[in-house]
Design a protein around this ligand. Structure first.
Ligand code: SER
Length: 316
């Protein structure tokens, strides 16, 4: 039986992964942790503990108390916030990660942490970016992600910790909005389309980035963690993607359902610079070959679902 501890459980991925994993593995077997208690279902329908990931002892004590056999480490700052507060990002993203890896080493648990398309940089091949390629990111977030991938591989090679990771693209969901990311526009656009029928994009026309709908991201985490270790040639981290689009393309897709929808541009130079340093599209063939990665949602299927679910949420 799995006993899973999740850090950053109230964040963009965590708030949905906790519920998904509780459905799969049982409510009592998924220990949600975060730095705050927001009174949401995640904190109510199973074990929940306040844990600051920069406090190594608190993290270890909680993992030990529940005798966890799997650590899912999600607590981190996203790219735009990390660019605004680089030292805080280094301390939180790297300090939290090494503390979580130490728990995994000491308690001999399986380990997952997300990497990102942000682990690539301007000198990386931009189209169909391969699994193994140049990684010289120019953002603090990217530096954290590359260092994190290397550290996770190190813990596997040096200590035998079963570390696994995914390079996520922008994640889109109607549940918990992201905060401080560069790809957030692709979530905001749906909210604004429903509320105001117009959106001003801070990412410029023609800027392609990979994206994925949250249900596919959650399945990918579970499938990777369940995968037979002997099949994995890579570990930290696998390229995964479901679609690549630029702002005009997502706007056109929304227009099919809300014909009055209009979009303007007011480009934010900071986030645009980050987006320009990332790939246009990444190649997920290693994930497909080694553990059977698949994504169910493309742009049109995701848009139908997002608009339907968000309408209910916004009007509620
Ligand atoms: N969605 C993330 C960000 O924009 C990418 O990993 O920061």
């Amino acid at each position: 039986m799995k006993k899973i501890m999740i850090t950053g459980a109230l964040g963009q991925i965590g708030s949905e992964l906790v519920n998904k994993m509780r459905t799969v593995y049982g409510n009592e077997n998924v220990i949600a942790t975060d730095i705050r208690d927001n009174g949401s279902d995640v904190t109510q329908n199973g074990p929940f503990e306040i844990v600051d990931v920069t406090d190594a002892k608190a993290m270890f004590d909680t993992a030990k108390k529940y005798q966890v056999d799997t650590m899912i480490h999600l607590a981190a700052l996203l790219s735009a916030t990390a660019e605004a507060k680089p030292l805080l990002a280094w301390n939180l993203n790297m300090g939290g990660l090494v503390n979580a890896l130490e728990v995994a080493r000491e308690l001999n648990t399986q380990f997952f942490t997300p990497s990102s398309i942000g682990a690539f940089g301007p000198t990386t091949p931009k189209d169909q970016t391969p699994q193994d390629t140049i990684q010289r990111p120019t953002t603090m977030y990217g530096v954290n992600k590359v260092a994190g991938e290397l550290l996770c591989d190190y813990y596997y090679q040096k200590f035998g910790v079963d570390t696994r990771g995914l390079r996520f693209p922008g994640l889109i969901s109607y549940v918990t909005p992201p905060g401080g990311g560069t790809t957030d526009y692709a979530v905001e656009i749906y909210y604004e389309a429903i509320k105001n029928k117009t959106y001003t994009s801070y990412i410029n026309k023609g800027t392609y980035m990979d994206m994925m709908y949250m249900p596919d991201a959650l399945n990918a985490i579970i499938d990777l963690m369940e995968a037979d270790a002997s099949q994995l040639k890579h570990r930290n981290s696998f390229n995964v993607t479901a679609m690549s689009f630029e702002p005009d393309e997502i706007a056109a897709e929304i227009k099919k359902h809300i014909p009055e929808f209009t979009m303007n541009y007011d480009v934010d130079p900071v986030r645009q610079k980050i987006a320009d340093s990332w790939p246009n599209s990444i190649d997920a063939s290693s994930a497909i070959e080694e553990w059977g990665f698949k994504a169910e949602y493309d742009l049109s299927k995701m848009t139908v679902d997002m608009l339907e679910k968000l309408k209910l949420k916004v009007n509620a």
